[in-house]
Design a protein. Structure first.
Length: 91
């Protein structure tokens, strides 16, 4: 009986947690019960999913067939402009 008393004490101590967990469980149950099925949601978003996958496939194909850059520029961005302004355009 000592365990039952400890359990009752813990339930009284955490009653708001128990009530909120039960309420969340009821809400989730009713959303799953009354909401649309997974296939309904997928069929609703099917055009978006297909167009996105086609776009990503096109990006992948273009990346594979495009040649890599021939020359890698070692100059920092804007360094030539700074040299020109400083009076050293031929560097």
């Amino acid at each position: 009986m000592a365990n039952v008393e400890k359990l009752k004490e813990k339930l009284r101590e955490h009653r708001f947690h128990v009530i909120s967990a039960a309420a969340c469980g009821v809400v989730v149950f009713y959303i799953l019960r009354l909401g649309p099925s997974f296939l309904t949601v997928v069929s609703f978003f099917r055009p978006l999913l297909l167009s996105t996958s086609a776009f990503l496939a096109a990006v992948l194909v273009l990346r594979l067939i495009s040649p890599p850059p021939a020359v890698v520029l070692r100059e920092q961005t804007g360094e030539g402009l700074m040299d020109y302004v400083a009076g050293h355009p031929g560097r």
